[in-house]
Design a protein around this ligand. Structure first.
Ligand code: ADP
Ligand code: MG
Ligand code: ZN
Length: 623
């Protein structure tokens, strides 16, 4: 989008060549100077020098502070040198030899010019070039034309004139859409908004986990309002050369103002707007700081009434610089969260549109299988299901394809080729059956849907699939304790039956520890520590400094108590699981045997083994 006239292009091309020539000269001189140097000079011992002098080999002698230089009488480019010795007879000897002699007072000028001055002069020139280039880069017709046009070679500001995405294409994020409708209204009819002197917030920040549709939403706003869409990703601002990023920011805003009304979208703002002072990485620090400062300057400088709307997206608002978030900058935040079940149904319908999906496929079922999936995960799921159906040469995509795709995405690809030894399979079977049995026996736990010992992905040797009864945003202490028990069921089964532990439970233990830690430090579920938060998962809009601050406040004793409480919770859970498994040991063994034969056990088969659990409709995996 940065169009420059031909003339300017030509002149920058010429300057490019000059710049490269200077750089080349610099390196060549640096490489060859010592060689040239050696060829001209020859160092002699003091006696040899004096002997040569007596023989009349020198035409002229220069006395330096620390050395003597004798010019060869035959070859005027050859110079003999020797270290000076404090010799009171020197002048006498020189006079006797009948040569011209003089004193320089200091080291030879040309030799120091060669070794020190010339390279530094060249380097200085090179540096000036870089600076000029950086200042001029894209600087909207700045007085100094760029020398190497670093920024021109990769114009990374994208402008889309006619964005085809509309709000129809973004589903399941109704609240965010409602807020953005106001922006669309403003872009369509700025007058109606400025009638009473008001204006939109300058910057709107879309906050949410990756893949929830932030980029899509921003484009949809442009599509709905039929205005140009300028987008740039924060990571693209971060350049090796100081000043280029800042110039790009300037370029972006000046270009946008010319095209108003329009949308400027900065994706991945965190790459650029990281709080100054965090994580300075080798010089990149300065550059980022400059770019960020330039962004702040531009944001303060532009008048939102002109019709430029600034949108940005991030999944890590907590690391953003406070200056970016303060009033008058990105002060409106729109949360784009993972969709709930209803949202997932809508998103699936969007992605079903251009695919041949069997009418029997119920989006509600598929949504039920995918709690926690983002929009991007769902798009991927639909695609995966289509691929599976295509591979089996089907007429259309059926629900079985979706189930398979879910399994594939959730637990990694089935790796039938991976061969476990009989002994390993035996352990895995009992491990998984342990999870399942604990889950089935505990009244509140999510019902088990399927268990399998077909290895998937890298980590998991088997898995147990539970269906939570509904999307859960709240969990009681009791439920969390049950969850812990289920997670430890695998390990408990191993130790109960084989009297030995294996590495297979590592992942379970990570999850269990996590839950237990949250129970103690965040949910106030430990009696000893009380209803106090000890954790510092910085609230998204709090400064990054807050975390260190809080950590530092915990005393040694408190930390010890936290660790102790976590350990207790996990230990209790293991005891609970072991008690259950001991009680139903026969079922555990029978189930594991069946699992070894069938490789998978479905809910029906499990119900026959252990006729107790209720029905539900979501999936959850424990490996
Ligand atoms: P983000 O920018 O939040 O990381 P994207 O906007 O890049 O996510 O989403 C990636 C893709 O996932 C989109 O192109 C779209 O196909 C799909 N997608 C994500 N969220 C949604 C949604 N809410 N509705 C429909 N499709 C979505
Ligand atoms: Mg994105
Ligand atoms: Zn496990």
């Amino acid at each position: 989008m940065t169009e420059k006239s031909n003339k300017e292009n030509k002149s920058t091309a010429k300057q490019d060549i000059i710049a490269w020539l200077i750089i080349a000269a610099f390196w060549i001189s640096l490489l060859f100077w010592p060689v040239m140097h050696m060829a001209r000079y020859e160092t002699l011992s003091y006696n040899d020098f004096m002997n040569d002098l007596a023989k009349g080999k020198f035409s002229e002698v220069v006395i330096h502070e620390n050395e003597l230089e004798g010019k060869s009488a035959q070859d005027k480019f050859k110079i003999f040198k020797t270290n000076k010795i404090d010799d009171p007879d020197l002048v006498k000897v020189l006079t006797k030899a009948n040569v011209k002699f003089s004193s320089s007072g200091k080291g030879g000028f040309w030799s120091s010019f060669g070794t020190l001055l010339l390279p530094s002069l060249l380097f200085f020139l090179f540096w000036i070039m870089m600076l000029r280039n950086a200042t001029a880069a894209g600087g909207a017709g700045g007085p100094l034309p760029g020398v190497m046009s670093i920024e021109k070679s990769k114009a990374k500001v994208y402008m889309e004139d006619k964005v085809k995405v509309s709000f129809k294409d973004v589903a399941g994020v109704d609240e965010a859409k409602d807020e953005l409708k106001e922006v669309v209204g403003f872009l369509k009819q700025p007058e109606s908004f400025t009638r009473l002197g008001g204006h939109l917030p300058k910057g709107i920040l879309l906050v949410g986990p990756p893949g929830t549709g932030k980029t899509l939403l921003a484009r949809a706003v442009a599509g709905e309002a039929c205005v140009p869409f300028f987008s740039i990703s924060g990571s693209e601002f971060v350049e090796m050369f100081v000043g280029v990023g800042a110039a790009r920011v300037r370029d972006l805003f000046s270009e946008a103002q010319k095209n108003a009304p329009c949308i400027v979208f900065i994706d991945e703002l965190d790459a650029l707007g990281r709080a100054r002072g965090i994580n300075p990485v080798m010089g990149g620090h300065d550059e980022k700081e400059q770019t960020l400062n330039q962004l702040l300057v531009e944001m303060d400088g532009f008048d939102p009434r002109q019709g430029v709307v600034l949108l940005a997206a991030t999944n890590r608002p907590e690391i953003l610089d406070q200056a970016l978030l303060r009033a008058g900058r990105f002060d409106r935040h729109i949360l784009v969260d993972r969709p709930d079940k209803a949202g997932r149904i809508q998103i699936l319908q969007v992605h079903f549109k251009d695919k041949v999906i069997d009418p029997s496929v119920c989006p509600e079922h598929v949504a039920g299988m995918t709690p926690g999936f983002t929009g991007a995960d769902l798009a991927n799921l639909v695609n995966e299901a289509v691929i599976i159906a295509t591979r089996r040469s089907a007429e259309s995509v059926t629900e079985a394809d979706f189930t398979q795709a879910v399994e594939r995405i959730v637990a990694g690809l089935e790796k039938k080729s991976r061969i476990l030894s009989a002994e390993e399979r035996n352990i895995v079977a009992h491990h998984e059956m342990g999870h399942a049995l604990v889950a089935m026996a505990l009244p509140g736990a999510d019902p088990v849907q399927k268990i399998s010992i077909i290895p998937r992905g890298i980590g998991a040797l088997g898995y147990t699939m539970q269906r939570p009864t509904e999307d859960r945003y709240l969990a009681s202490k009791h439920e969390l304790e049950n969850k812990l028990a289920v997670l430890l069921g695998g390990r408990a089964a191993e130790s109960l039956l084989f009297n030995e532990l294996s590495t297979g439970a590592a992942d379970d233990l990570v999850k269990a520890t996590d839950i237990a830690r949250n129970m103690v430090t965040r949910y106030g579920m430990s009696e000893v520590l009380g209803a106090v938060t000890y954790d510092s998962e910085a609230s998204p809009f709090l400064g990054a400094g807050a975390e260190h601050h809080q950590r530092a406040q915990l005393s040694e004793e408190t930390l010890k108590e936290i660790d102790y409480e976590i350990k207790e919770l996990v230990r209790d859970a293991e005891k609970k699981a072991t008690a259950i498994l001991e009680k139903y040991k026969a079922t555990l063994v029978a189930g594991a045997e069946l699992l070894l034969i069938n490789e998978t056990l479905t809910k029906d088969e499990l119900d026959q083994l252990f006729p107790k659990q209720k029905d539900a409709n979501h999936l959850k995996l424990i490996s």
